[in-house]
Design a protein around this ligand. Structure first.
Ligand code: AMP
Ligand code: ZN
Length: 305
């Protein structure tokens, strides 16, 4: 590791190096060609690791039906992170009022109404209703490969805590045994992947950032049941190591919620492994330097072979 850096000093470094491009809003950045290529290489590395499993590759836009978000239970646990899309829903008088408000620096959003869209909070959310609509899973269950821009309303000066970021996920659906075996295999694969990138890491049980006092109970229960593991890499000095990969077991939550059944008619269990592509890229930049062309040859070989 190089010298100590406060979280927001690392952000300043990434901006000064031109890797992140400022937009004036914390957690919302453009990406340079160098960073973009790194993100693509990391995405490619995940593809290579997953190739032999024959996952079905699906891609969805970064918005999902608001109804899906409502049904999913996300608003119960994470009302503070959710984002919905609003749009103008007025007449000409409202339009004139909007323009006047803009001109005078007043709130112009009065005529904005919620649309039927919400922003995708995690890449796997659109998968469950889509698979459920096909009918029961085949024998042996399903395996889906997804990726998405994700939104979480958590503005921060930590460059690892973005409001809009890219997540790659593999999602396994099936019996409890199938799903647990998948997660166990990826805990090992994920660790090997990060070790090949010469990043220090640990894997620990974790919980999601559930909202409010009721959330504390959910968090404790999630952790006690070992439903979430995270692969952590030290990135920010003086802070806890950062979760770069997550391994989530949902039990039959999504199966029940969306009516997704196994071949024998039970509510399907599901698990996902999520890769935070920006976090992995920042971990590499932090540990090996801001210029990927000068990284150790062994690390470059993993990404550029
Ligand atoms: P989660 O669904 O919270 O388990 O997130 C999956 C992965 O996305 C995490 O392991 C992180 O690598 C990444 N991630 C989560 N939140 C953020 C964020 N605010 N900014 C960047 N990456 C994130
Ligand atoms: Zn997921």
């Amino acid at each position: 590791m190089t010298t100590a850096l406060a979280p927001d000093a690392l952000l300043e470094e990434l901006l000064a190096a031109g890797l992140f491009l400022s937009t004036g809003v914390d957690g919302l950045y453009g990406r340079s060609a160098v960073l973009e290529e790194l993100l693509e290489r990391l995405d490619g590395l995940v593809s290579a690791l997953a190739a032999e499993d024959g996952a079905e590759r699906l891609r969805f836009p970064p918005a999902l039906p608001r109804r899906t978000l409502e049904r999913s239970g996300y608003l119960k646990g994470f009302p503070h992170l959710a984002g919905t899309v609003h749009a103008f829903a007025g007449d000409e008088r409202d339009h004139r009022e909007l323009l006047a408000a803009l001109e005078e620096g007043r709130d112009w959003t009065r005529c904005q109404r919620p649309t039927e869209l919400a922003l995708v909070p995690a890449a796997c959310y659109p998968v469950y209703p889509t698979l459920a609509a096909r009918g029961p899973l085949p024998a042996g269950g399903g395996l889906v490969d997804v990726a998405s821009w994700c939104f979480r309303h958590e503005p921060s000066r930590e460059p690892t805590r973005l409001q809009v970021f890219r997540m790659r996920e593999l999602v396994r659906l099936g019996t409890p045994e199938e799903v647990r075996a998948f997660r166990a295999a990826w805990l090992e694969r994920g660790r090997r992947m990060v070790e090949r990138l010469a990043l220090p890491c640990t894997i620990e049980t974790a919980h999601d950032p559930f909202f409010g006092r009721g959330g504390r109970v959910m968090a404790t229960s999630q952790k006690d049941q070992g439903l979430k593991f995270e692969l952590l890499v030290p990135i920010l000095d003086g802070a806890q190591p950062t979760a770069c990969l997550s391994f989530n077991y949902h039990q039959d939550h999504f199966g029940r919620t969306f009516g997704l059944r196994t071949a024998t008619g039970e509510a399907a269990h599901s698990a996902c492994v999520g890769f935070g592509l920006e976090r992995l890229a920042i971990a590499l930049l932090r540990h090996h330097g801001l210029a990927p062309e000068r990284w150790p040859r062994s690390v470059r070989a993993v990404l550029w072979s």
